[in-house]
Write a protein that binds this ligand. Structure first.
Ligand code: SF4
Length: 363
């Protein structure tokens, strides 16, 4: 809008924000929890514009990156057992314990890429003789589209494998484990949830600012967090009011509530986090891939879990997702592991930290 001062003069405002942040900076470790924020930070070199006292860390905010090996392995097993597995393109390239969905497709399994759940439903409608399993990943930003599709009605041969994640419980857990002073909250999540789920951080004494996705949004969030820290405050501020309402999107929240129950969920690098995922409600059990198929193939699922336990891990994605390392700490970064030859999930998706660093931050 013409009344938005950022849009009228973004360069000037960004210079002012950087000046402001750089004036007597307070040492701070600020964590964002969003792959899109990381992409903006890396693309615009925001870390290089900040004084050395301010460190910006990346948390578990990329849906592809936080999907655990177990879910990828299970999807591969289902595909190799003759089901049709459909999911978003990046998921096909994430290495599982022994192979990726892409590899399984090369061996003859029916694995297909889709852009949305609606594409996946069309595949089911066009192939009534096949069983179609949609591997659903994502955060609060995309979960409402899955809920809306369920409420519209699904073909009888369509099953949902939910690997959906809720952001705030993961951050609650991170707070106990990492040394962080303040958080940038993801604006697109808050568009759906509102600001309420982030109030827990405020209660625990952490400043939180909900931010949008332009470079000036990130700089504004950092300036506001610094202001709070200098004043000894810890509150939640909404720096993305052009999209986020405090109460969120009530229609989307109701759809999610009608379709899913909150459940414990496994996150890559963080383990099983209580109440951090969604499963289909019992009334949708006919469309729940876990209910319909996991027991049938439990021996194979357990075998891969044992292989996984014994396998030596060289990828440090899990450490990167918890803000304890950055991609340049990984000896494979930019050598064995590149976007065309990803060793771990953080290099696959363009929301992954390794991918962003490869694209924008290499010397
Ligand atoms: Fe994993 Fe590759 Fe990132 Fe290293 S560079 S942490 S192997 S994704």
């Amino acid at each position: 809008s013409k009344t938005d001062p950022f849009l009228e003069n973004p360069i000037e405002i960004q210079k002012k924000l950087i000046d402001n942040i750089s004036k007597n900076p307070m040492p701070a470790r600020i964590m964002h929890i969003c792959g899109t924020h990381e992409r903006t930070i890396a693309k615009f070199g925001i870390r290089s514009l900040l004084p050395p006292e301010i460190e910006v860390l990346s948390g578990p905010g990329c849906p592809v990156c936080v999907t655990p090996d177990n879910d990828i392995d299970t999807a591969i097993i289902l595909a190799k057992k003759g089901l049709t597995v459909v999911t978003f393109g990046d998921m096909l390239r994430v290495p599982g314990t022994e192979e990726s969905l892409f590899d399984a497709r090369a061996e003859g399994a029916d694995v297909r890429m889709v852009y949305s759940i609606d594409d996946a439903i069309k595949i089911a409608a066009d192939n009534p003789d096949k069983k179609i399993v949609f591997l659903a990943i994502g955060f609060e930003t995309t979960i409402p589209t899955t809920a809306a599709a369920v409420l519209r009605g699904l073909p009888s041969n369509f099953y949902i494998f939910t690997s959906l994640k809720l952001t705030p419980p993961a951050i609650d857990l991170l707070i106990q484990d990492i040394n962080v002073d303040a958080f940038i909250a993801p604006g697109h999540v808050a568009v759906i949830t509102g600001t309420e789920p982030f109030t827990n951080f405020e209660k625990l004494g952490y400043p939180v600012v909900v931010a949008g996705f332009e470079s000036y949004d990130i700089l504004l969030a950092i300036a506001l967090l610094e202001k709070q820290m200098k004043a000894g405050e810890a509150k939640i501020e909404n720096a993305y009011p052009r999209a986020v309402k405090p109460e969120g999107n009530k229609i989307a929240l109701k759809m999610m509530d009608d379709v899913f129950d909150v459940s414990d969920s496994e996150w890559r690098g963080l383990g099983i986090i209580p109440n951090s995922g969604f499963v289909l409600k019992e009334k949708y059990a006919n469309h729940n891939a876990a209910v319909q198929f996991f027991d049938l193939y439990k021996d194979e699922i357990s075998r891969l879990a044992e292989v996984r336990q014994k396998k030596k891990k060289h990828c440090i994605c899990a450490t990167i997702l918890t803000g304890k390392a950055n991609p340049s700490n990984c000896p494979m970064f930019g050598k064995k592991c590149t976007p065309t030859t990803p060793v771990g999930p953080c290099m696959v998706s363009d929301e992954g930290m390794c991918h962003s660093w490869y694209k924008y931050c290499r010397d």
